[in-house]
Design a protein around this ligand. Sequence first.
Ligand SMILES: [Zn+2]
Length: 269
Amino acid sequence: MTKLFDLIARLEGWYPPKTADDWDAPGLVTGSSSQIVEKVLLTVDVTDAVIEEAIQLGANLVVAHHPYLLRGVQSLDESLAKGANLARAIRANIAIYSAHTNADIADGGVSQALADLLGLSDAVALSNGEQTGHGRVGQVAPTTLGALAQVLASRLPATAGGVKVAGDFDQLVERVALCGGAGDSLIGAAISSGADVYITSDLRHHPAQDAREHAIHAGGKPSLIDISHWAAEYVWLDGLAARLADSFDQVEFVVSDVRTDPWDFLVTQ
Ligand SMILES: [Zn+2]
């Protein structure tokens, strides 16, 4: 019999909570470390649909990337979504656990999974040049910006927003910087790394425009590729499920089918 404590110990060996960013709140959200776990659902986000999926599956644990109670909570009023979802999980004996920035930075973590999706070689962390840290930078076989974006679009799970690119379609790309999740704070590191392109999510107007102005002034790079935050992090889940299954052969690990990207359709002009 596997207890939640055993699973948490393994996860925290791979993703030590003390390596999370100061503002972060990874760890156990609901549940008892002594409860028995036979089925686990892996997801980027906890949502109403994910809790429903967990109940239908008979899961005892949801492992989520994003902490469900990251910001201050004054109430679990069940007329509100957060209270209702947590109450449903607790009543169904479903524990919720998250590994967030501690999973982002790890070898075998979120940014590494995105780097592996593109086959980056010699990848190191973008934030510090080491094996662990935020983002990754490495090499790909020479390609064009447009072809790289097409590869990304074909390998990421589908989302309404697709893959947005700032740069010339035919630009030569050999050095790729990336960061799973919202990575505009690492634009400066991407520029310093000499990357031909920087791939991340949630790029806002001003940081993106400043980066493109810098690139145009400095010779054209890095170009930018903006991808779905959910899709960028979802690619970590299959590898995590396989790794957990190797460690716990009595437990079933299921990657959620729910697309928690908030956008539903795109109207092109
Ligand atoms: Zn994220």
